[in-house]
Ligand binder design. Sequence first.
Ligand code: TXA
Ligand code: MG
Length: 305
Amino acid sequence: MSASDEDAVRVLRAGGLVILPTETVYGLAADAGNAAAVAAIFAAKGRPRFNPLIAHVADLLGAEAVAELNEAARALAEAFWPGPLTIVAPARAGDAVCDLARAGLDSIAVRVPGHPRARAVLSAFGGPVVAPSANRSGRPSPTTFADAVEETGFAAAGAIDGGACVVGVESTVVSVMDGRIALLRPGSVTRAEIEAQVGPLAAGGEGRRSPGRLTLHYAPDAPVRIEAEAAGAGEILLGFGPGAGDPRWSLSPAGDLREAAANLFRMLREADRERPAGIAVSPIPDEGLGEAINDRLRRAAGFTG
Ligand code: TXA
Ligand code: MG
């Protein structure tokens, strides 16, 4: 059963967890200032406590209440919020976001999501809400209501059905700290779109500064093989572009990166349910949104770092 926005706000205020739709993926949400509720998120996901959460807020003002945004951060916020961009910036002192949510760091990740239901809940709640992707740790993020409920619904006192997530991969994470602007996680706001706003991004190795990027991630049960030209014995091939495998299993028959991103996690899950010997995936161009898709696929295939 899908909760109303008002139900969800009541649950958050009472310290409960809510399955919350965003335009990227479904989140498992809690009041960022309630340490017990935040601890329940880590427990439900089986998430290591060194991995900090993103604070979701209704608008720029809400972000400035918890983070120190410099000129570059504000330019990014204005260009891409509401939308699939997360900014990592120095945290402001205060208890609106508890220590555990930030994993004890002096920085904080903030984002203003674009999904109308998430926006309505955040506006009515009036403070920061932490929401990691609603999967159990290490599994593909859920992009449908059913998948989110299957992953962590057991821990949620409320769940909002916001339909299928239109973006399908998690937000782009950009850190704006100490005069350096770095891409910590590629997402649907592309490198080129960010550089058009703030100039060249710092080069290389920044992934290591995002604690959540150190571990195997996004993996279904079946082994994943990337850059595959064809399905091997017992494998399902997730195709990309015309003529690549069975159209039933194509991420995008036309070779459209937005469509492929929107289908990616749902199709990985669907393929996994068939219990194949493996999941093979066609090559996907590494430009634009392809950078985020290939990042998730490499991690699903077991490459880290
Ligand atoms: O699209 C999204 O961002 C989704 C939806 C639900 O909003 N949320 C999401 O949250 O993907 P999560 O927890 O699955 O991923 C957050 C990422 C992790 O890699 C985490 O390590 C990183 O953001 N992160 C959070 N706070 C950080 C910080 N202070 N410094 C560096 N990285 C941080
Ligand atoms: Mg996640």
